[in-house]
Write a protein that binds this ligand. Structure first.
Ligand SMILES: [Zn+2]
Length: 222
């Protein structure tokens, strides 16, 4: 379970134009995708696997202030994952935010409405910078599992790396995201996150067993 800070960040001073402006009815706007980001170290020195919860919450506060100033909402993401393995929910799923420009080519609706933004704290692109820790991977996996479990998430919602998110502009023309986010060290994780779940064959096995038992009974009765 993510550490839930969504009430802290559901606040007028971090939502330009007021809280109502950012709220969404998820029955009308279901979740269709998850977009993975990284925060390439603009908010202070890298935090390692041994960082404290206090340091991480401080980092989220810096990020929130910066995003509010730049995009009108802070943080612009819904979830933030740390190398320690801690995962924080920072934006309510029923709010649209500011993490991915442009629109979903399939619906023409803005990605910030239809997708949940998950951010890995650290720089996973530049040489000599952070390597994803096992904790970070687990925290990202946890976020994806939690999001896919929402009743308003469409089945099989994919996880896109920010820079690879298929996107169009208002006219429907392709719009490149033009970013290396979430970094080449996180890209391999996407294949795992998008691997289809193993089919559930328990029901079929039970039916086969029942049929076998029925045959057995007939043979004994004969
Ligand atoms: Zn990004």
């Amino acid at each position: 379970m993510a550490i839930d800070l969504t009430d802290r960040y559901f606040a007028t001073e971090l939502m330009r134009g007021g809280m109502a402006r950012w709220k969404l009815d998820r029955d009308a706007w279901p979740l269709r995708a998850i977009v993975l980001h990284h925060a390439a170290g603009w908010y202070g020195p890298p935090l390692g696997a041994d960082a404290s919860r206090r340091e991480e919450e401080q980092r989220i506060r810096s990020l929130a202030r910066d995003h509010h100033a730049r995009f009108g909402i802070g943080p612009g993401y819904h979830y933030v994952a740390f190398p320690s393995g801690r995962l924080y929910a920072v934006g309510k799923a029923g709010t649209h935010r500011a993490h991915t420009k442009g629109r979903n080519p399939k619906t023409g609706v803005r990605w910030n409405i239809e997708a949940i933004g998950v951010c890995a704290l650290g720089d996973y692109e530049r040489t000599g910078r952070d390597e994803p820790t096992p904790g970070l991977r687990e925290a990202i996996e946890e976020a994806v599992e939690e999001i896919r479990g929402f009743r308003f998430t469409l089945p099989g919602a994919p996880v896109f790396g920010h820079g690879m998110t298929p996107t169009v502009n208002t006219s429907g023309d392709p719009l490149p995201q033009a970013t290396s986010c979430p970094g080449r060290r996180l890209i391999p994780l996407l294949a795992e996150l998008n691997r289809p779940a193993a089919p559930d064959v328990n029901g079929e096995l039970a039916a086969i067993r029942a049929a076998a038992e029925a045959i057995e009974r007939k043979l004994q009765a004969a």
